[in-house]
Structure formats: structure tokens, C-alpha cells
Design a protein around this ligand. Structure first.
Ligand code: ADP
Ligand code: GLC
Length: 491
């Protein structure tokens, strides 16, 4: 067995902060490998060569060309370095396949929000190269003990490895979101070079199609997901999204490990995106960010009106529809609302209409804006996350760290990271936000009202803020939990 110090992990992912991020997977793909490297585990990333990745990875050199993969266009493997800070670097392998990755648009969709039509090939290649590098067919001297796959985009790696006759790494499949499953037509099985026999209920087949995620869940040696509560929720309907049966049968190989956050990136004391930095010792400095935010967003500048912030993908998962439903009543409390989000749906349009109707109280910014997301975390009084389901969620942790207690639906990682504010939890010093259940518009609105009322009780509000700010959301404990899984697989 390799000791932790000698462990080599290939971390296969379709996005990584700061080069390419559409959500929490990007954050985790930078912060977890960095935390594991701090524990002396040799983690290296494998990434598709999107233009941003080719531009952002430093000290690139060519490792090899893959000329014997008839299913895929010409491909070159590069190696280089991803810099997270002056002192933190992660070695990366980049798959340079111009025919599949060098194009304008997002990692999964074009500029109009349509899935790329060749996504099966694009992420089939990511999975395939992952499997090659993790086997004795690899042209690279560095050989991982574990291939750590993330979401459907690398779900075929365990399947390819299963059918590889030679020596190979063990596999871990992490579910960040079961709602995205990478489902493609049955013809993709042959197109991607999987054996026809694999198209079976005991294999990659999923209701008559090929599912990348199902393949990963079926063939991986171990499955993890990003919170203990979500690990339970996905074993039954409705949150199993059709995979509950498989997950329940694999429950002995399924572990929920809560995500951490990049504590140096998300620290109000040094965050460069804030108007004024602050700590729990001087919360009056936080108020400077609130007035700046109100001003910048065109809202009435008033310290006494509770300001609720949202930074989110706008969709059914995130409960954006319920938020829109309760917004007119939120304004009447009185309270204010700032939403930063994006998605190509008419929710954007509905939110913009709300902002036009209540220009002094509701502001909406559509688009992806890293700097503004930090300022909202700091400037809002309360953060709203009414997600129908949430595998982990990062913003509720950022907001606690920023003294901005979150209002959340009691599900998945939200349930595992936020403690409801009650007289008892306040007295104990554990209260850090507001939870509601079940997911209805009335419950959301009543909890927003409860938070708004609590905001006016300054002494207790500051206790609530300080409780959240004092919590340890670092990756350290979770990185150790991943290490234990890697070690157990090699034992
Ligand atoms: P998910 O991955 O489901 O979208 P998470 O809470 O895990 O949810 O992570 C979302 C990440 O993406 C957070 O870092 C959040 O700040 C960021 N984010 C989401 N939407 C935006 C946006 N419009 N602008 C900037 N950052 C955003
Ligand atoms: C997914 C989930 C989110 C989680 C993130 C990182 O996008 O929706 O809850 O925090 O992945 O694991």
C-alpha cells in the first residue's frame, strides 16, 4: 500500500477555477487538490484544452500525441502548471484536441446556451485519456494509484478501465450533482469505443441510452458525494433521479464528504473585491460594503433595511421560481433583494421585470461576475439559498464566513452546514442561519421574515454573525477523509 505521502492521484475534471468555472465543481477542482497536496499527496489534474485552459496553464510542454484513437480527432497531451497563488501550484495535464475543445463558448454549451452537439465525444475523450493515463498503457512515466473522476464528464473513465486487461489504477467517482447524467444515444457506445457488451443494465445502459454518470457509478471502486445528507437523499426518490436503485445497492461503497471552501480566496479580512475589508471584531466595517453595494446597484441606501443577496445559477434546482414568487412580499417587509445569476431561461426576464417594478428595492445583474459575487457576500445582510436540492452548496459557507447568515432550505449540504437560529442554538453559540422545510413559497417567505426580524435585534444578530464567521470551513478535514478512501482502496 502507498503511504499518503507517496499517493499519486489523477483528478479528472471538466472545469477548474480560475481558468474555467460554471459553478461549484470549478471551485472544488482547485481547492480540494490544493488541500490534498498540502497533505503531501501528489495530485495532478487532467483537463480539456479549452481556449481559457490553454491560455492559463503555465510552462506547458508536449508530453505525447495520441494517434491511435480512431474515435477521436488528433489529440496532443500537454503538461504544465496551474497557479492558484504565489505559493500554490498544481501540476496539470491538458488534452489539446482543437477539433473538440478550441472554440468560443462555455465548456458544455455554446454562447446561446445550447449543449454542444458533440459533448459525447468531447467528454468521451476526457474519460478515455483519463483511463489511458491511469493504466499500464500510459505513455507517461507518472502513473496514478487512483483515478478520481468528477461528475458525468469523466464518468466513462471507470468503464474504460474496467475493460482494460492490464494493470490499472483504482477509481473514485464523485457526484457533485446527480441531476446531470450525460445521457446519449445508444449509438454512442460503439462511437466511443466501448465494448457492445457494456450496453447492459449491468453496465453503461440507462433506460435504453448510454449514461456517462451511470457508467461511473456502476464501475467505480468507490463513490463519493459532496455531503453526508445528500449521500442519503440520493438513495431514494425523488433525489436519486432514476439512479436511486443503483446507489442503494452500492451504499457500502458510497461516502458523503462535505466540501470545504478556499479560505484564502474567501476571506473578508483580505478579499480584494470588497470596498472595505473586515473581521468579526469590527463588523461596522462590513456596513461600508452594504452601502457601497446599495449605491452601486441603484437601491435606496439605508443601513436599517435588511438586504438579502443571491448569487446563483438561475433554475429549478436553485428555487429561483419560488424566489420570484415571494419577492413582491419581501419588498413589503420592508427588505431589499440583490440577485446575481445567469442561465438562458425566462427566469432572467422575470427577475429583470421585478427589478423594473421595484427599482429602489430589487436589483438584478445577469451574467457571471466573480468580483460582484464577493461584494454581495460581504454587502448583503443575509444570503438566500432556497435550493430544492443541494448536493453541497458553497455560497452558504462563503456567506457564513462573511458574517452574512444564510436562509436555506433544509436539504443536502445546506442542512449539513447551517444551524437554524433558535433561542437554544443562540444560547449555545451554534446558530448560524435560518432553515426552512418543506420547500414552499410560504415557508420561504416566513423564514425571510424571521431573518428580517432577527436583523433588527442588533445584539443577537452580531452573535449570529460571529458564530458563522468562527466556523471552520477549511478543506483540511475533508481532504483527510478523501485520503482515507484512497488508502482503503489500495489496502
Ligand atoms: P452550483 O455548483 O450548484 O452552481 P455551488 O454553491 O456549489 O452551486 O457553487 C456555485 C459557485 O458558482 C459559487 O462559487 C458561486 O459564487 C458561483 N456563481 C454562481 N453563479 C455566479 C454568477 N452569476 N457570478 C459569479 N459567481 C457565480
Ligand atoms: C454541484 C452542486 C453543488 C456543489 C458543487 C460542488 O454543482 O450543485 O451543491 O456544491 O457541485 O461540489
Amino acid at each position: 500500500m502507498a503511504s499518503s505521502q507517496g499517493l499519486r492521484i489523477l483528478f479528472i475534471t471538466s472545469e477548474v477555477y480560475p481558468l474555467c468555472k460554471t459553478g461549484g465543481l470549478g471551485d472544488v477542482s482547485a481547492a480540494l487538490p490544493a488541500a490534498l497536496r498540502a497533505l503531501q499527496t501528489d495530485v495532478r489534474l487532467l483537463l480539456p484544452g479549452y481556449p481559457q485552459v490553454l491560455a492559463g496553464v503555465k510552462y506547458k510542454s508536449k508530453v505525447t500525441e495520441f494517434n491511435e484513437l480512431p474515435q477521436f480527432p488528433p489529440t496532443t497531451l500537454l503538461s504544465g502548471r496551474l497557479s492558484l497563488s504565489k505559493t500554490e501550484h498544481i501540476p496539470v495535464f491538458v488534452i489539446d484536441c482543437p477539433g473538440l475543445y478550441r472554440r468560443e463558448g462555455g465548456p458544455y454549451m455554446d454562447t446561446l446556451g445550447r449543449d454542444w452537439p458533440d459533448n459525447a465525444l468531447r467528454f468521451g475523450l476526457l474519460s478515455k485519456i483519463g483511463a489511458i493515463l491511469a493504466s499500464d498503457a500510459s505513455p507517461v512515466a507518472w502513473r496514478p494509484h487512483i483515478a478520481h473522476c468528477n461528475d458525468w464528464q469523466s464518468g466513462l473513465t471507470p468503464a474504460y478501465l474496467h475493460f482494460h486487461p492490464g494493470k490499472k489504477a483504482a477509481t473514485v467517482m464523485t457526484i457533485h450533482n446527480l441531476a446531470f447524467q450525460g445521457v446519449f444515444s445508444p449509438g454512442s457506445v460503439i462511437q466511443l469505443g466501448l465494448p457492445p457488451d457494456s450496453f447492459d443494465v449491468n453496465g453503461v445502459e440507462y433506460y435504453g441510452n448510454l449514461s456517462f454518470l451511470k457508467a461511473g457509478l456502476y464501475y467505480a471502486d468507490h463513490i463519493t458525494t459532496v455531503s453526508p445528507s445528500y449521500a442519503e437523499e440520493i438513495q431514494i426518490e425523488p433525489l436519486g433521479f432514476g439512479l436511486q436503485g443503483l446507489l442503494a445497492t452500492r451504499r457500502d461503497h458510497l461516502t458523503g464528504i462535505i466540501n470545504g471552501i478556499a479560505t484564502s480566496e474567501w476571506d473578508p479580512a483580505i478579499d480584494p473585491h470588497l470596498v472595505k475589508n473586515y473581521t468579526s471584531k469590527k463588523l461596522s466595517d462590513k456596513a461600508v460594503n452594504k452601502s457601497a453595494l446599495q449605491q452601486q446597484m441603484g437601491l435606496t441606501v439605508d443601513a436599517d433595511i435588511p438586504l438579502f443577496g443571491v448569487v446563483s445559477r438561475l433554475n429549478h434546482q436553485k428555487g429561483t421560481d419560488l424566489l420570484i414568487q415571494v419577492a413582491p412580499q419581501l419588498v413589503k417587509i420592508p427588505a431589499q433583494l440583490i440577485v446575481l445569476g445567469s442561465n438562458h431561461t425566462d427566469l432572467e426576464h422575470q427577475l429583470s421585470t421585478l427589478a423594473q417594478t421595484y427599482p429602489d428595492a430589487i436589483a438584478v445583474r445577469i451574467g457571471f461576475n466573480e468580483a460582484l459575487s464577493h461584494l454581495i457576500e460581504a454587502g448583503a445582510d443575509c444570503f438566500l439559498m432556497p435550493s430544492r436540492f443541494e448536493p453541497c452548496g458553497l455560497n452558504q459557507m462563503y456567506s457564513q464566513r462573511y458574517g452574512t447568515p444564510p436562509v436555506v432550505h433544509a436539504t443536502g449540504g445546506l442542512l449539513d452546514t447551517v444551524v437554524d437560529c433558535t433561542p437554544t442554538t443562540l444560547a449555545e453559540g451554534s446558530a448560524s442561519g435560518f432553515l426552512f422545510y418543506p420547500m414552499t413559497a410560504d415557508n420561504l417567505l416566513n423564514t425571510i421574515k424571521r431573518a428580517a426580524q432577527a436583523y433588527h435585534d442588533k445584539k443577537n444578530w452580531q452573535r449570529l454573525q460571529r458564530n458563522g464567521m468562527a466556523k471552520d470551513f477549511s478543506w483540511h478535514a475533508s481532504a483527510i477523509a478523501y485520503q482515507k478512501i484512497y488508502e482503503a482502496l489500495l489496502a
